[in-house]
Design a protein around this ligand. Structure first.
Ligand SMILES: Cc1cc2nc3c(=O)[nH]c(=O)nc-3n(C[C@H](O)[C@H](O)[C@H](O)COP(=O)(O)OP(=O)(O)OC[C@H]3O[C@@H](n4cnc5c(N)ncnc54)[C@H](O)[C@@H]3O)c2cc1C
Length: 457
């Protein structure tokens, strides 16, 4: 990869083409990879002077769309910020922002602690988890990742390293949680942990023959980690499998909080390996072999939480044109919108290869945080499928009309009018951001595309 001119601090940025996990809309950027926190501080101070379309932090690049890139601008690679320290007495981990949740989980497990919220992959950074205010399968009981952040260090546009807490800097703290990197670079965080009696979960599994059954189980009693896999290619509108899991108390049970990659998809299929017939057969097998009503079956925490991490580079299955994940939430009482979207997807020519439904508890206090009390549905579809754009534009209208929203960490296509309709606190967030970054140092393709921030400098 060619190197660009050295910066004032002597770091040579690398010219690279980067994209999100979905592999759509790649951007040519200049990547700064400061070796340590001091170098990062110097670089950020220099960024403000540079004429550039803006800079944005990047963690593990696991957001699906264009959140961690800026066409023609700078990407601040945070992966070198990877130190952490556990305070086992207080149950707090002090972690630099580039550490992955997987590394933290592996180190916390022997000490009997676990992160209170994890997403569907262990390969995300602490910075990315805070910037997207991620949720897990236990949102109803634990809220978002941001709810467990006691304090964080933020490098602001002026190059100042601010220590923020919910009490001392309420506004900037809340704007940074879920703020998609647009308030600055998070460099460290203190995260409150929860006790881990055993790295094993006890899992209840139920087969369901339609959406209403899935919703009823997700709303009912049972373990706190709840999720439904739905088959949108099968004969019924949305048959599927619901799991509800809880922590086992028995420390003697075998398990691990992380998983290893068992195989990696080769870069062999430019046109993609997935076909509706193939996935339909796979789904029928999965549905047919799921227990009809199993109770308290032990399963390793890592295998349950991160099922996709066993297969490396799995987006390659979608081929060069990549994949889009459409994840939205609608409030309780708006369940018919879920059905409407599912029916529209099934009737369209766009195949949905993976559909996952979860319940959410009450919203937090961060203005751009995604979850709100209701239901979230995530749909994986090939980005090159004809009719995808029109299909999702229509879904946006139903979701916004129901008081719902699309998840920015998964998004690569939302338009400014839809964004404004879905996130009613966006002007409050923008006012805070503009106060702390009046010259628009921080910018991402997502930020500009959705109108979160003003266009190119
Ligand atoms: C298989 C899979 C499953 C997933 N499951 C879930 C899920 O269940 N729940 C959920 O909520 N999300 C889920 N996600 C999405 C993922 O958790 C988020 O996109 C997360 O932000 C990715 O972290 P990252 O380190 O890869 O960040 P990146 O993708 O690199 O960046 C994401 C955003 O965070 C910002 N950012 C990154 N680091 C910093 C920093 N140090 N300072 C400031 N801003 C920063 C970037 O600017 C960008 O806006 C999933 C993703 C995948 C691939």
């Amino acid at each position: 990869m060619p190197l660009a001119e050295r910066t004032r601090t002597g770091i040579a940025p690398r010219l690279a083409v980067v994209s999100g996990w979905g592999g759509v809309d790649a951007a040519a950027v200049s990547v700064l990879r400061p070796p340590d926190l001091d170098a990062l501080r110097d670089e950020v101070a220099a960024l403000a002077e540079r004429r550039s379309p803006g800079a944005i932090a990047r963690g593990q690049g696991r957001s699906y769309g264009d959140a961690a890139q800026r066409h023609g601008g700078t990407v601040v690679d945070t992966t070198t910020l990877d130190a952490f320290r556990l305070d086992p007495t207080e149950g707090i981990v002090h972690a630099q922002a580039g550490v992955t949740l997987g590394r933290l989980l592996a180190a916390l497990e022997p000490a009997g602690w676990v992160l209170p919220v994890v997403p569907g992959t262990q390969h995300v950074s602490v910075g990315g988890a805070i910037a997207a205010d991620i949720h897990g399968k236990n949102h109803g009981s634990a809220g978002t990742f941001g709810a467990h952040v006691r304090a964080l260090g933020l490098l602001t546009a002026s190059g100042e390293l601010r220590q923020l807490t919910r009490d001392s800097d309420r506004e900037l703290f809340a704007a940074t949680i879920g703020g998609m990197g647009l308030t600055g670079v998070i460099v460290w965080a203190q995260i409150a942990l929860r006790r881990l009696p055993s790295p094993t979960l006890l899992v209840d599994t139920d087969r369901v023959h339609g959406l209403d059954d899935a919703l009823a189980l997700l709303a009912g009693r049972g373990g706190e980690y709840r999720v439904a896999w739905l088959d949108l290619l099968g004969p019924a509108t949305a048959r599927g499998v619901v799991t509800r899991a809880r922590h086992a108390d028995d420390p003697g049970l075998e398990g691990a909080t992380t998983v290893s990659t068992r195989a990696t998809v080769p870069a062999r299929w430019p046109g993609g390996a997935l076909r509706p017939s193939l996935v339909r057969a796979h789904n029928a097998y999965r549905f047919g072999h799921a227990p009809v009503g199993a109770r308290a079956v032990p399963q390793s925490y890592g295998a349950h939480m991160f099922p996709l991490d066993g297969l490396g580079a799995w987006p390659r299955l979608y081929g060069r044109s990549g994949l889009v994940q459409y994840q939205f939430v609608v409030p309780r009482g708006q369940e018919r919108v879920l059905e409407r979207v599912i029916v529209a997807v099934r009737r369209s020519s766009v195949p949905c290869y993976l559909a996952v439904l979860k319940d959410f508890g009450p919203a937090g206090d961060a203005p751009l945080s995604f979850p709100l009390a209701g239901w979230t549905l995530a749909l994986d579809m090939p980005a090159g499928a004809p009719g995808l754009s029109a299909l999702l534009d229509g879904c946006d209208e139903w979701v916004a009309g129901a008081g719902g929203r699309v998840y920015l960490a998964k998004d690569g296509r939302l338009r400014p009018d839809a964004m404004a309709a879905m996130y009613p606190r966006v002007s409050e967030w923008r006012a805070i951001r503009d106060r702390h970054d009046p010259d628009g140092v921080w910018a991402s393709d997502l930020g500009v595309r959705t109108g979160l921030i003003a266009g190119a400098r």
